[in-house]
Design a protein around this ligand. Structure first.
Ligand code: PMP
Length: 409
């Protein structure tokens, strides 16, 4: 019988917060207007809701509302940032894009498209901890560099790049700086001014908002960033992104970002403590297990763990009540070993034995205890466990039941 699911895959997606859903619902039915139809009340109501959400998302970034462009998610925002600036005649002289090997496919693939279009794309390596070498990065930057694209936080390991330092290096050289902040938005404090960011991508569904909605921040002053649209049509979003706006989704993203930012510091502290407990217990119990990614520069919610002697996929099949990820959910369709861990120099066997745990708003201390017990049960017999298993029985659940035994052994 299936037990209560423990969801530790918040870097893949998150459940919509009930407050977000409540804010969205009227815009599907009673307030269904088209935000571009300002001649009548339903249209104006929709437009006001969209502008309210725009102010909320802008405030979360320290930006001006006019700098926010709604998109269908971070994938589109990344494409618009990279391909949009390259298409601008203002930057036509510059033909090099610098990015990092551990970026999400939603950055790497538009960069590859630019390479096919004749741009020079330089992929920066990372060290064993997933960190960028800033001195090397500086050496790559020159008068030909159009754009640097470096993610704020990595989706597989949680590793944080030194965004403000990269921003400063770019600014000093008149180079545009784009950051894919999909995993960091709402989890780490973001100030586009302080960090010297010109373009920033974010998504609703990683912050307990809806799927299929996101935004691109495009700097308007100091300098004004020139970006050409990918979609041509009705000229919505100041001509940068045509298409009737997803009003309920945008309202949801605005509400979700306000909630996330209001509780950011408390939530970060809470999740760091839960992640510490999970990491500490698993490292202590599983001989030879190791953390992928530098431990003191990570998102508070993420743990990427390699367990020797296990196949993550097989292990997950033995833990039906624990939702974790064996590599980035977005790329697991390809069934290729994680290129992120590979770029960090992690060996193939360790990659095959790696699990990503990502915690979120709904994660409780009790769930973490149960997750530890489920994982150690599933590993028993496969992995050398350090502590006697009898001391690690599943904690009783709120409804008095214990974790059901897994199909291990
Ligand atoms: N960038 C990163 C770092 C991500 O984690 C994701 C989501 N997996 C994306 C981009 C794509 O976001 P979306 O699903 O909104 O297109």
């Amino acid at each position: 019988m299936a037990g209560r699911l423990i969801y530790l895959d918040h870097n893949a997606t998150t459940p919509v917060d009930p407050r977000v859903l409540a804010a969205m619902l009227p815009y599907f039915t009673d307030d269904f207007g088209n935000a571009a139809s300002r001649q009548h009340r339903p249209g104006r109501l929709a437009a006001e809701a969209v502008e309210h959400a725009r102010r909320r998302v802008a405030a979360a970034l320290g930006a001006d509302p006019r700098e926010i462009v709604w998109t269908s998610g971070a994938t589109e925002a990344n494409n618009l940032a990279i391909q949009g600036v390259a298409a601008s005649a203002v930057y036509a002289r510059r033909r090099t894009i610098v990015t990092v090997r551990t970026e999400h496919r939603a950055v790497l693939d538009p960069c590859a498209a630019m390479a096919r279009a004749g741009y020079r794309v330089l992929y920066q390596p990372v060290d064993r901890g997933g960190r960028l070498d800033l001195e090397r990065l500086v050496r790559e930057l020159d008068d030909d560099t159009l754009l640097v694209s470096a993610m704020w936080a990595n989706n597989e390991t949680g590793v944080l790049h030194p965004i403000a330092e990269i921003g400063r290096l770019c600014k000093e050289r008149g180079i545009l700086f784009h950051t894919d902040a999909t995993q960091a938005f709402g989890r780490e404090p973001i100030d586009v001014e302080r960090a010297g960011i010109d373009l920033l991508s974010l998504s609703g569904h990683k912050i307990h908002g809806p799927k299929g909605v996101g935004a691109l921040y495009v700097r308007r002053k100091g300098p004004r960033v020139r970006c050409e649209p990918l979609l041509h049509g009705g000229g919505h979003e100041r001509g940068l992104r045509s298409g009737t706006l997803n009003v309920p989704g945008i309202v949801g993203l605005g509400q979700a970002s306000e909630i996330a930012v209001a509780h950011l510091h408390d939530e970060r502290r809470r999740l760091a403590a839960l992640r510490h407990r999970l990491e500490h217990e698993l490292l202590a119990a599983l001989a030879g297990a190791s953390v992928n990614g530098v431990r003191d520069h990570r998102l508070a919610n993420t743990l990427n763990l390699s367990i020797p002697g296990v196949e993550a996929e097989a292990l997950m099949a033995r833990m039906p009540d624990l939702a974790v990820s064996s590599s980035a959910a977005c790329s697991s369709a390809t069934r290729l070993p994680s290129y992120v861990l590979r770029a960090m120099g992690v060996g193939d066997a360790q990659i095959r034995g790696s699990l990503r745990f990502s915690l979120g708003r709904t994660t409780s201390a009790e769930e973490i205890e149960r997750a530890i017990a489920i994982l150690l049960d599933a590993c028993a017999g496969t992995v050398e466990t350090v502590a006697p298993r009898s001391s690690r029985r599943a904690a009783p659940t709120a409804d008095g039941r214990s974790t059901p035994p897994s199909a291990a052994e």
